[in-house]
Ligand binder design. Structure first.
Ligand code: F6P
Length: 324
């Protein structure tokens, strides 16, 4: 391998820049060339490559977003699109790829490397933490810290007005963010897709909380929650069934994806970049780099895509006990 291409794809996540920096510097350390591919697979098809040396990634370890930009490419899902992408890589002399992204990005990488002779290595980057084969994805820890900070602020206003807040957090179909910030933010209830508590239980728990002398409450709702109502409908439902609370809704949205990466995400990104490049240099391909028991590990991309990232259900019980 003489030249590695690095790209970020799918939703951006804090720590992606630290990951790019690590890939670039590990290439420089091993005296191989590195190019950044702009806007993920979309830029690969357009042939937008930026030569990257060790100094080109200075001052980015602390930056949110991704300097390479990102996209969810529809063209790369077609055979024709992937053919153009391969021709562009060959023209540029790229002979291996590091893909930083989520499962959609890994599916693209897997299909591509099966069709063409192109070694690929994945680095999991998404705030959702919904990827099998790693306990932490890049950006997850930062997002948790961002959301907890916001919940603390919402609590200030909730308790001043004796209000109940439904706070919707991201996570796509997974409840990792919701469950953890629920515990860390002292939420009365946490609604996650993995465990449907049902509307009766929600009302019961809110009644219990009121009866126990609490005047305000926060309920964290994962965006993928399956209770059958969105946050605004939940507000209407509680308004209808409980007169004790004045209810408000706060949908946190994309601010959860921004901001300077936490120390944990910077270190994780640095470790993952080294592991990804060195694994390619050892002749490995089609794996995702992950963190398991604080050790860098490799999981076949296929497993990383198909496997289920398990939610820590013990936390639900902890959350219940903490609201006593
Ligand atoms: O996968 C990251 C994520 O932020 C999810 O939590 C969310 O469901 C989705 O991306 C939002 O996507 P978009 O930025 O395309 O609206």
């Amino acid at each position: 391998i003489k030249k590695i291409g690095v790209l970020t794809s799918g939703g951006d996540a804090p720590g992606m820049n630290a990951g790019i920096r690590s890939v670039v510097r590990t290439c420089a350390f091993h005296n191989i060339e590195c190019v950044g591919i702009v806007q993920g697979y979309q830029g690969m098809i357009r042939g937008e490559f930026i030569p990257m040396d060790a100094r080109s990634v200075k001052g980015i370890i602390n930056k949110g977003g991704t300097i390479l930009k990102t996209a969810r490419s529809k063209d790369f899902m077609t055979k024709e699109g992937r053919k153009v992408a391969y021709d562009q890589l060959k023209k540029e002399g790229v002979d291996a790829l590091v893909v930083i992204g989520g499962d959609g990005s890994f599916t693209g990488a897997m299909v591509f490397s099966a069709e063409y002779d192109m070694p690929v290595m994945g680095i999991p980057g998404t705030i959702d933490n919904d990827i099998f084969g790693t306990t932490h994805t890049l950006g997850y820890d930062t997002a948790l810290n961002t959301v907890v900070e916001v919940i603390d602020k919402i609590r200030d206003t909730a308790s001043s007005h004796d209000r109940l807040f439904f706070v919707e957090v991201m996570g796509r179909d997974a409840g990792h963010i919701a469950l953890n910030v629920g515990v860390a933010g002292g939420a009365e209830e946490v609604l996650i897709p993995e465990e449907n508590l049902g509307l009766d239980r929600l009302l019961e728990s809110l009644h219990r909380s009121k009866a126990s002398g609490k005047s305000s409450s926060i309920v964290v709702v994962a965006e993928g929650d399956k209770i059958g109502k969105n946050v605004f409908e939940l507000k209407d439902y509680v308004d209808e069934h409980m007169s004790e609370y004045e209810v408000r809704v706060s949908v946190l949205g994309h601010m959860q994806r921004g901001g300077s990466p936490s120390c944990f995400d910077r270190v994780l990104a640095s470790r993952m970049g080294v592991k990804a490049v060195e694994s390619l240099l050892e002749g490995k391909s089609n794996f995702m780099v992950g963190l398991l028991n604080d050790v860098m590990s490799l999981t076949p991309l296929e497993q990383a895509i198909k496997g289920q990232s398990k939610i820590n259900l013990e936390l639900l019980r902890v959350s219940d006990i903490m609201t006593t």
